[in-house]
Design a protein around this ligand. Structure first.
Ligand code: HEC
Length: 154
């Protein structure tokens, strides 16, 4: 098999697409970003992003487990990956200067609030009432929403 003609066609297609998308042909204004920019070193930025992607996966897992009625498992995962027990896991890699150390004070309290809400969710889920657990998941997501609407990385 000779993949080259196919590859060449794909590359040409990509180049045409890029030309069509280039700023010279785009007239839309970029919307203003009113969030506060938070500066931190590259390592901490990378760790934060990695953690955020993991948070999204965790939330999906929690919703999935709630739907299946596996509340004990949901409690374990919430406490381990989002709860107060999950704090400080970057201490070794960053000599005690994890991403949270670079947060402005209010952002930090939203972050701690998320960990507290996740630990509370775990406590509620352990009791075995799925409806109560779902209710307790909302403030966890509320913290994701609050922080994202107020802060971004520089
Ligand atoms: C204390 C603040 C804070 C909390 C709480 C928070 N995040 Fe984030 N998150 C951020 C910041 C800051 C960024 C970087 C935004 C940017 O690109 O500038 C981010 C980025 C992300 C991203 C994009 C990652 C990427 O690929 O760049 C995802 C996904 C995400 N967060 C998910 C979540 C979820 C889910 C939760 C809640 C369970 C959550 N976050 C809670 C601050 C927070």
């Amino acid at each position: 098999m000779r993949p080259w003609p196919l590859l060449a066609a794909l590359l040409l297609g990509a180049a045409v697409q890029a030309a069509q998308d280039s700023p010279a042909t785009t007239v839309e204004a970029v919307p203003e970003d009113g969030r506060q920019a938070v500066a931190m070193p590259a390592l901490q930025r990378a760790l934060l992003r990695e953690e955020m992607i993991q948070h999204t996966a965790t939330v999906q897992q929690l919703v999935d487990l709630l739907g299946k009625g596996e509340l004990t498992r949901a409690a374990e995962i919430a406490e381990r990956d989002l709860g107060l027990s999950s704090m400080g896991k970057h201490a070794a890699a960053t000599r005690g200067m994890g991403p949270g150390r670079f947060f402005p004070q209010l952002m930090r309290s939203v972050g701690i609030g998320m960990h507290e809400a996740a630990s509370h969710f775990a406590d509620v889920a352990r009791e075995g009432d799925a409806e109560a657990a779902l209710k307790a998941l909302s403030p966890v997501l509320g913290a994701c929403v609050s922080c994202h609407s107020a802060y971004r990385l520089e």
